[in-house]
Design a protein around this ligand. Structure first.
Ligand SMILES: NC(=O)c1ccc[n+]([C@@H]2O[C@H](COP(=O)([O-])OP(=O)(O)OC[C@H]3O[C@@H](n4cnc5c(N)ncnc54)[C@H](OP(=O)(O)O)[C@@H]3O)[C@@H](O)[C@H]2O)c1
Length: 509
């Protein structure tokens, strides 16, 4: 770090003091921010929120790749600005909407996998001098991705983003969105700390349970360069390469103690960011499982299936009576708009600060207001009882109370279709669940984000707060999340059994 930027960072820090109330709107004013992953679930709602609450943002640069025959610009228009999520902002601005978004958004064609992020040198030269902050959300979120692909997107892609950050002369923060599940099967209290280079979950878990495994040399050391070579070499061999690369990712993740290739490559991405950050202040937000919006811009907005959603819909169709989970297992979930508010509080806090001890934040609910397996089951039952799906004859499908199965074999026998049973069991293991249901996977994420929330200034608590204490999970899932899923996801895919009127069920708290 140059002495100049050190001075600037410490001046800002001294000005604010540690407990100075966070003023998020003021922070956003006149800032130029590069966002990756803007076409994703979280990214869209982040872009919407910033534009809605701070029209005086200077510029949002959105790094987007071309896809499906659409240019990055066309994707931003059709997959971000034209969707229902933006209706609130659209009606607020009226005729000004097009002009406003045109002025505030610059689309940057690029892909974190490519050399120089695939950004043309002309465009890179134009944006780097202007950037104040990078929010890196882009990720390959597939749990069963090929090893080489996941590694390039989540690990090496993050490192390339940091290299890019270093070419931005006035950049004062790199915000990385990771996932709370980089902590894999760790139970109990989970410290909000970055991974050190080469640290593995296998090692962390062995330290807790059986230290002798460490001294016996049973736990392999992780070397990211070796993983990269392994993936590259494997890519050049084999005839059923897709399948083999998926299997390689699964094996390497498991070897080092992670549940799947996604959390493994995300964890390695975090290591490279921490190791290579140089003078750039780094902050990391790790959400647990993200649900639909709680409140903003309206309740119930969601995209794609979330965590246990794939079981809710066939349950509503009467295809099975429950799921293998313990009644008292904690399903850690958090609404998407609360994650976005956490991100905004974290960037406001860390912008321009020298690296602090506290810079990893779990955005989660389990240690504050846990959602238990039995509550999830109750919510799903309550929802489909009130808003049933229909059978081929147009009749309501009646559901029985949701059962949490302690015995996975008993569950399998209860599913009508063997194919569905196999798919559900696969789903359960891909989410990293324990194979035997007698273990309660209880995680208590520490509370950095909770302490930070209290630092948001009083005037902005309503707009930027993210307290999960008040969330009535059963009501939220039954009356907001599942209706949101039916309206925004199932209807889009013309899912069987969906009644017109029920696909319009209001989201209400
Ligand atoms: N949703 C959750 O439950 C959850 C939970 C914990 C953490 N997170 C983290 O939150 C972040 C956002 O998640 P999400 O749910 O919004 O994911 P998502 O819906 O799958 O979106 C992923 C985004 O990343 C972009 N992306 C992927 N590979 C890329 C590449 N090579 N170059 C450029 N962009 C690329 C995608 O662009 P395309 O549209 O072009 O593919 C998309 O915009 C991720 O970092 C994820 O790990 C999410």
């Amino acid at each position: 770090m140059s002495s100049l930027s050190y001075r600037a960072a410490s001046e800002v820090s001294a000005e604010r003091g540690n407990d100075t109330p966070l003023e998020i709107r003021k922070f956003l004013k006149d800032k130029s921010i590069l966002i990756t992953g803007a076409t994703g679930f979280l990214g869209k709602i982040l872009v919407e929120k910033i534009l809605r609450v701070q029209p005086d943002i200077k510029q949002l640069y959105l790094l987007v790749q071309p896809r499906g025959g659409l240019s990055p610009e066309q994707r931003v228009q059709s997959q971000i600005l034209d969707i229902e999520l933006f209706e609130v902002l659209r009606s607020k601005l009226g005729k000004e909407f097009e002009q406003f978004t045109k002025k505030k958004i610059t689309v940057v064609g690029g892909n974190v996998r490519l050399p120089d992020l695939g950004i043309s040198s002309g465009q890179a030269g134009a944006i780097t001098p202007d950037l104040d902050c990078i929010m890196h959300l882009a990720a390959n979120t597939r749990f069963d991705e090929r090893f080489d692909v996941s590694l390039r997107d989540n690990t090496l892609g993050s490192a390339s983003m940091m290299e890019f950050a270093k070419t931005c002369p006035k950049l004062k923060l790199f915000l990385h969105v990771s996932t709370a599940y980089v902590n894999a099967h760790k139970k109990g209290s989970i410290i909000e700390k970055p991974f050190k280079m080469g640290q593995t979950m296998a090692e962390i878990l062995a330290r807790e349970t059986d230290e002798s495994r460490l001294s016996d040399g049973e736990i392999p050391r992780l070397d990211i360069n070796f993983e990269k070579e392994l993936a590259e070499n494997a890519r050049d061999s084999g005839y059923n390469i897709d399948k083999e690369m998926v299997e390689l990712g699964r094996r390497r993740a498991k070897l080092f103690g992670w549940q799947n290739v996604y959390t493994f490559t995300k964890a390695m991405g975090g290591m490279l960011l921490f190791e290579n950050r140089g003078h750039i202040p780094l902050a990391i937000v790790r959400p647990s499982s993200v649900l639909c919006s709680y409140k903003e811009p309206f309740p119930g907005w969601v995209e794609g299936f979330k965590l246990y959603d794939p079981i809710a819909y066939p349950f509503g169709l009467g295809q099975f009576p429950g799921f293998p989970m313990l009644e008292n297992s904690v399903l850690d979930m958090v609404p998407v708009d609360m994650v976005v508010n956490t991100i905004l509080a974290v960037v406001t806090k860390h912008y321009g600060r020298e690296q602090q001890d506290t810079f990893v934040y779990h955005s989660s609910s389990g240690s504050m207001n846990p959602l238990f397996g039995k509550d999830y089951g109750e919510a799903v039952y309550k929802h489909f009882k009130a808003y049933p799906m229909m059978d081929n004859n147009g009749n309501d499908i009646l559901v029985e109370r949701f059962r949490c199965f302690e015995d996975a074999d008993e569950f399998k026998r209860s599913v009508r279709s063997r194919l569905l049973s196999a798919a559900l069991v696969r789903l359960r293991s891909s989410k990293g669940s324990n194979s035997d249901t007698d273990k309660v996977r209880q995680q208590e994420y520490a509370k950095n984000a909770e302490n930070l929330r209290r630092q948001i200034c009083q005037d902005e608590q309503e707009t930027f707060g993210y307290s999960v204490y008040g969330v009535d999970w059963i009501n939220f899932l039954a009356e907001v999340h599942l209706p949101g899923l039916r309206r925004h996801v199932l209807k889009k895919h013309r899912i069987q059994g969906l009644k017109q009127e029920h696909s319009q069920t209001p989201s209400r708290l």
